[in-house]
Write a protein that binds this ligand. Structure first.
Ligand SMILES: Cc1ncc(COP(=O)(O)O)c(C=O)c1O
Length: 379
């Protein structure tokens, strides 16, 4: 046929592969990152109410003003940072669309984008589809911190953008104030843009989330991306937002308007109402921290090594004291023989680096976590 694949090396995502394998082998599925408990009944009732009231037609292209105003208030509450709801905030079809629209608006042929492996899987394809070149840098082992010296050596005249993700999927690592200070020096010196993927901002344990919106010099050159799907464990809703200075926002909206034009209306009305009560977003970390502790406590007797998770709803476990298998084979064996599905971490590396780590999603009810821990303790 007369077409050439633009993404010849992209296959079925690991999430689909592992979830299908889990279903085929009747395994407990801790692979894909989605919660198995219900979302707030109040949120459902609000969507229902707005649908019944007739709010079912196109929303404004950048998002419902009432929702953007509530987001600005939440940002001020959480990060003591003022954003302009009308000029700086755009409601998107999940963080994925925000990331795609950002990269499409800002990256062209030959532009280089620095990203850190293991990296969430939607960054590199978006860069490539726009003619850009992903420059992968591995996070340091064993703590998944950024090697800033390596970053400095990879910056060239073509470097346009650095993508950061904190709290980090899949490792659960978080960036520190010092990381942001170093990033600020580098970004200002080389006039770089920053895409800050903060979808797990409300799932952070024992510390304050360091949003890029707190750093004035960085904010001027940054796009912060958030996800209501993650925040309110409604991943199927595919609704999120991005925050960027007006000049950058204007460019991103040009793409957003032709990608989706606007995002589902009743959900936007419902979220605008729901955000009026800060209690709805201030206690999310607590709920997930309890789940994390529940899972980790039950793994005390297992041979797996627990890698500390400081944020996200993922827990990495090292099996280096258990097996020499590569991580894909180990994840497959665990799913088929032990009936527990996880995600091998090497798939998030361009160089397929294998550190004998598996990712388990603990956004599950206690019964599921208990059964998973029992299986792991027997290995
Ligand atoms: C780091 C990271 N960024 C972005 C996304 C995409 O979020 P959304 O479902 O809102 O598109 C995910 C979802 O798993 C993620 O883990």
């Amino acid at each position: 046929m007369a077409f050439k694949s633009k993404l010849p090396n992209v296959g079925t995502t690991i999430f689909t592969v592992m979830s299908q394998m889990a279903a085929e082998h009747n395994a407990l599925n801790l692979s894909q990152g989605f919660p198995d408990f219900r979302i707030s009944p109040k949120l459902i009732e609000l969507v229902n109410r707005h649908m019944k009231q007739g709010y079912n037609q196109y929303a404004p292209m950048p998002g419902l003003p009432a929702l953007r105003e509530q987001i600005a208030e939440m940002i001020d509450n959480c990060y003591q940072s003022k954003v302009d709801p009308y000029k700086d905030i755009t409601i998107t079809a999940g963080a994925t669309e925000a990331i795609y629209a950002t990269i499409t608006a800002l990256i062209g042929n030959g532009d280089e984008v620095i990203l850190f492996d293991p990296a969430y899987d939607c960054y590199a394809p978006a860069i490539r589809l726009n003619g850009g070149i992903p420059i992968h840098i591995s996070l340091k082992q064993p703590d998944f911190s950024i090697d800033w010296e390596a970053v400095k050596t990879k910056i060239s005249a073509e470097t346009k953008l650095i993508i950061i993700n904190s709290p980090h999927n899949p490792s659960g690592a978080v960036l520190s104030e010092n990381d942001f200070k170093t990033l600020e020096e580098i970004a200002v010196k080389h006039d770089l843009l920053i895409l800050s993927d903060e979808v797990y901002e409300h799932i952070i344990f024992g510390q304050q989330h360091q949003s890029i919106l707190k750093y004035d010099a960085l904010r001027k050159r940054s796009i912060a991306v958030s996800s209501f799907g993650k925040t309110f464990h409604a991943t199927g809703w595919k609704i999120g937002y991005l925050i960027a200075p007006e000049e950058i926002t204007n460019e991103i909206r040009k793409v957003h308007q032709y990608l989706v034009f606007s995002v589902n209306t009743p959900m936007q009305y419902a979220l605008a109402d729901y955000l009026k009560e800060p209690d709805h977003y201030l206690h999310i970390a607590e709920m997930y921290n309890n789940k994390r502790k529940f899972f980790v406590e039950r793994l005390a007797a297992s041979k797996f090594e627990i890698i500390p998770s400081f944020g996200t709803y993922f827990q990495l476990l090292s099996y280096k004291n258990i097996s020499d298998l590569d991580d894909m084979s180990m994840a497959t064996k665990l799913t088929k023989e032990n009936k527990l599905a996880s995600i091998p971490i090497s798939v998030f590396y361009q160089n397929k680096e294998d550190n004998k780590l598996l990712r388990f999603c603990f956004a599950k009810n206690e019964e599921t976590l208990e059964r998973a821990a029992e299986i792991l303790c027997k290995i």
